[in-house]
Ligand binder design. Structure first.
Ligand SMILES: Cc1cc2nc3c(=O)[nH]c(=O)nc-3n(C[C@H](O)[C@H](O)[C@H](O)COP(=O)(O)OP(=O)(O)OC[C@H]3O[C@@H](n4cnc5c(N)ncnc54)[C@H](O)[C@@H]3O)c2cc1C
Ligand code: SF4
Length: 483
């Protein structure tokens, strides 16, 4: 590793972004991204740690060769950079936008000891965007068919990554997706202003180009059963995510204009309700909205409500700002856009008007207690501290769990108490030939962890297809603990 002595540039090259007053009037992307010159300059700050040591690579769940792609980039070789990234990451335009790099590759970057860490996420994004705009595709050689057929259930990041990897090994891969558009949370959850759908579609085209077949409008468990898949395919991968919203069990939760974030964001993102009546799905445009929760979903819902024209948007969170699980960058974006935050509060009741519409949320103040089982301080209600906040809509974003009923026709498929699928360290489920990964095994997690699962599961599937070996008993591995 060479530090380049005094030539080391300590400061990051700033990333252009749109101004808050302008960006809250539409759903277009907030971050504009680097130019080629800016990207080359930022890439040239990298110290080029040797690959077997580079801590940034260790922090990346799909182990992108980060110094390798930064070296190509600083030489202006975008195609070379893209090919290196795509050796292990089939969706760079997506991960470059939505990964919490500050907790992964960038957190580990050696440059942090002497200055700003390298802006790896925005450079990955630059490479993907530049390549897309200039029609640069990686050259991928698919080996001759192995004759093995694999079914992938769910087209989110876990399923798509497993599909790409298995296809690159020469297997025949078919993806089954319940919705009318593939992408999972990437299309129905994360809004356009963070992740343009044009980019998701483009990156999905790459999968079709390498021969992955994607069938939409197929709900496995209804349209087809898992048993049907097991008779027709040599192996099955379940990447069905955690799409069932948690609700609050408090009085008034069925008042009108109380949404799950899942419904609200699906209407807005997948069905484009913000363009109603040009698109035929409606959405109420509320004036004063309360969003309950402190994760990425809460931020996306709050910022979408602002863009729909809401005058006041409150995020109500039961812990403190430091304990929010949302990406730091997105919390800052929301603050800049005018979202108001109330910390250490929790709803105890929703109050309806005489027409059954929500008119207020009754909150209780909280204090932080001892850490709970997840290691995070437990919020404790302060008796007698209740107060009301007037609102005309509420969006509940307090987490999602896997759908328990989808696999009810196959009772041998063991689930945990939380409804996640039990797997061993090789992503094998309790049904021979069936593997699983992503939010379906972890509960709500991140895009790149789901991709990491898909990537590693593909290797286990390949091994199984070659050996036919399956252990007599599956020893559960706690992937949730890795969250
Ligand atoms: C609003 C929101 C914002 C987020 N923001 C971020 C972020 O900024 N950064 C980040 O890293 N993570 C973020 N996440 C989390 C991230 O999106 C998930 O961890 C990731 O998408 C999980 O990938 P997956 O492939 O396991 O599942 P999913 O993306 O949930 O995909 C599962 C797919 O399976 C399909 N499916 C389910 N059951 C069946 C069935 N029976 N038959 C056929 N198809 C089925 C579903 O329709 C879906 O398309 C966010 C999540 C949400 C909800
Ligand atoms: S840790 Fe930082 S400086 Fe070292 S190779 Fe990775 S990005 Fe470059």
């Amino acid at each position: 590793m060479s530090t380049g002595g005094s030539r080391v540039k300590k400061k990051r090259v700033p990333v252009p972004r749109r101004e808050p007053a302008e960006r809250i009037r539409d759903f277009n992307e907030v971050v504009l991204g680097y130019t080629l010159e800016q990207a080359m300059e930022e890439a040239s700050r990298c110290l080029q740690c040797p690959l077997n040591f580079a801590p940034c690579v260790k922090g990346c769940p799909v182990h992108v060769n980060i110094p390798g792609f930064l070296r190509k980039l600083r030489e202006g070789d975008v195609k070379g950079a893209l090919e290196i990234i795509m050796e292990t990451n089939p969706l760079p335009g997506i991960t470059g936008r939505v990964c919490p790099q500050e907790e992964q590759c960038e957190r580990n970057c050696i440059m942090g000891r002497i200055g700003d860490r390298i802006n790896i996420g925005k450079l990955e994004r630059f490479v993907a965007d530049y390549a897309r705009k200039h029609g640069i595709r990686p050259e991928v050689k698919i080996p001759p068919s192995t004759g093995k057929k694999i079914a992938i259930v769910g087209s989110g990041p876990a399923g798509l990554t497993a599909a790409a990897e298995l296809r690159k090994m020469g297997h025949e891969v078919r993806v089954f997706e319940a919705l009318h558009e593939p992408g999972g949370v990437l299309v129905y959850g994360i809004p356009e202003f963070r992740l343009p759908k044009e980019i998701v579609r483009y990156e999905l085209e790459y999968l079709s180009k390498i021969g992955v077949e994607i069938l939409t409008d197929v709900v496995v468990g209804k349209t087809l059963s898992l048993r049907d898949l097991l008779t027709e395919y040599d192996a099955v991968f379940l990447g069905t995510g955690a799409g069932t919203p948690n609700f609050l069990n408090i009085p008034g939760v069925n008042c009108l204009n109380i949404y799950s974030a899942n419904e609200f964001l699906t209407r807005v993102n997948l069905m484009k309700a913000y363009l109603f009546p040009e698109y035929d799905t409606p959405i109420k445009k509320p004036n004063r909205v309360a969003v309950i929760g402190g994760g990425n979903t809460a931020m996306d819902a709050a910022r979408s409500a602002l863009r729909l024209g809401s005058r006041e948007v409150y995020v109500l969170y039961r812990r403190t700002k430091e304990l929010m699980t949302a990406r730091q960058e997105e919390v800052e974006n929301a603050e800049e856009e005018g979202v108001k935050f109330m910390f250490l509060v929790s709803p105890v009741e929703f109050v309806c008007d005489d027409k059954g519409r929500v008119k207020a949320v009754r909150l209780i103040k909280m204090r932080l207690g001892e850490p709970g089982r997840d290691g995070r301080p437990r919020p404790i209600p302060i008796p007698g501290s209740e107060f009301e906040l007037e609102v005309d809509a509420v969006i509940i974003a307090i987490g999602q769990t896997p759908n328990r009923i989808l696999f009810k026709d196959i009772p041998e498929l063991k689930l945990t108490e939380k409804g996640t699928i039990v797997v061993d360290e090789k992503y094998r489920t309790t049904v021979k030939g069936v593997f699983a990964g992503g939010d379906a095994i972890r509960g709500e997690s991140t895009v790149v962890k789901a991709m990491g699962d898909g990537w590693k599961a593909a290797r286990s599937i390949d091994e199984y297809l070659k050996t036919g070996e399956w252990p007599p008993e599956i020893k559960p591995h706690d992937f949730e603990a890795e969250n």
